[in-house]
Design a protein around this ligand. Sequence first.
Ligand SMILES: Cc1cc2nc3c(=O)[nH]c(=O)nc-3n(C[C@H](O)[C@H](O)[C@H](O)COP(=O)(O)OP(=O)(O)OC[C@H]3O[C@@H](n4cnc5c(N)ncnc54)[C@H](O)[C@@H]3O)c2cc1C
Length: 398
Amino acid sequence: MQHRIVVLGAGYAGAIAAGRLAKRLRREDVAITLVNAEPDFVERVRMHQLATGQRLKPRPFAEMFAGTGVEVRIAKVTGVDANRRTVAVTGADGDGELAYDTLVYALGSGWNPQGVPGTAEHAYEIAGRPGALRLRERLARLGAGQTVVVVGGGLTGVEAATEIAEARPDLRVALAARDGLGDWLSPKGREHLRKVFGRLGITVHEHFTVGSVEADRVVAADGTAVPAAVTVWATGFAVHPIAQATTLEVSETGQIVVDGTLRSVSHPDVYAVGDAAMAMGPGNKPLRMSCASGTPSAWQAADAIAARLTGGKLPHVSIRYFNQCVSLGRKDGLIQFVTADDRAVPAALTGRLAALYKELVCKSAAWGVANPTLGMPARRRPVTHKRTAAGSALREPA
Ligand SMILES: Cc1cc2nc3c(=O)[nH]c(=O)nc-3n(C[C@H](O)[C@H](O)[C@H](O)COP(=O)(O)OP(=O)(O)OC[C@H]3O[C@@H](n4cnc5c(N)ncnc54)[C@H](O)[C@@H]3O)c2cc1C
């Protein structure tokens, strides 16, 4: 009887977890199903590129997982019953239910309008493909001299503003940031950011907290208004509400609370990885929603699941930060080196070399997903903790 592992979401974290599980566990012992709403992998880290008209390489899951032993199911997850160990899905063949012995929850995140009035009606977003394509279409219709305001001074906002300004020098691009531009960076990183923003002609509205978005402007909490033919909302991400509707323990942000092995603290058959997980990193700080921590979280969860199923020793994958890789258009970039807990240190790489470095990071992240079972030695051990006849997974001794 095979142990049923269901992985929800084939973004960076879910796809990597599924591939690694296939590499760790014997095919005859496990049935691994990867569920994703869309048939191809979306490189979220390139959504600002998609929005500015660039073409992204298509990466169909059917090709990526062919011959790996992972069954890909294209369907939308509509609910999880963590007590009955079932997942409700809806797809081309209608509604269905998947039963699992171990669940890996990796549904990622989307944009976060933060309840600011007018965002849902008037703002554009680039947290996922539909949003990026909608913005792309809108930008294409903008005439020279019209204004685009990017709201959010974090990594995504900075990348979006510079990408748009570089791709469309005929537009007026502005960034509205709640704090100072690049406040979290080292002096070298900050200086470089200001230089690039100056070169690209991006207006920066610092210490500007947006209170509402209207059809043709954004308005600060103090009433100051900035004209905007298009407003791009990039103030961070929010997880999908599915986990919150379960009996799983979730944080205030709706992320599943997990331990150091990425296992749910309330349901030991459930693991959460990537943006969907509330996991503590170095310095006991929650991991930032990023590929930088999402990828090692997937390695850690897959290795822990494999160890628990095969009676092996629990692994420890170090989840720490090394750098923040920021694209500033296609020709410039900033690699800000950081401490293990993500605080900037003085060293930073800038300019064209940084742009190449960032491109390499994006390419290798996508390569890791596209080649799920390559790049590491297979250590397939027999599963000792199989399903019982009643369909429930045996747990390892406490
Ligand atoms: C423009 C942009 C730039 C970024 N740049 C960087 C960067 O430089 N470095 C970095 O570390 N991070 C960056 N990030 C953040 C990074 O992309 C995310 O943290 C990362 O994608 C999270 O991976 P994930 O696998 O948890 O989720 P996702 O990549 O969001 O994957 C989730 C998957 O689940 C699927 N899914 C969602 N809901 C359902 C459902 N109901 N049913 C079925 N399937 C579903 C989705 O289709 C998707 O395939 C950037 C993000 C954006 C938007």
